[in-house]
Design a protein around this ligand. Sequence first.
Ligand SMILES: [Zn+2]
Length: 114
Amino acid sequence: METTILVKSSSRDEPYAVAVSSAESGLAIFCDCPAGEWGKYCKHKMAIVLADERILYDEEQRDNFSRVTKWISESGYPDLVQELRESEKALELAKKNVKNQKEKIARLMKEGLK
Ligand SMILES: [Zn+2]
């Protein structure tokens, strides 16, 4: 079973098409944007996984969007998104720590360190 949802593009007027296919092997998600054509991560597929309705091209996408959102909620994607969010948080914390340590080193270089 495959469902296609038209989504907004930030770079052109025509929509992109995100196709979600449900098979024995699981939910596969494709997009025909330049990144998606290469099978890469793209914001269109991610918006569908996140059930972000702002990405929808028009109101005609609602039914398919609802169907796909239900499939996704019953899949492993929400856990993957959670893992991604945790990694992003850890990265932000690491960036903050690096910044603080650099400032501390700069301060000690100015004040002196035994
Ligand atoms: Zn895309």
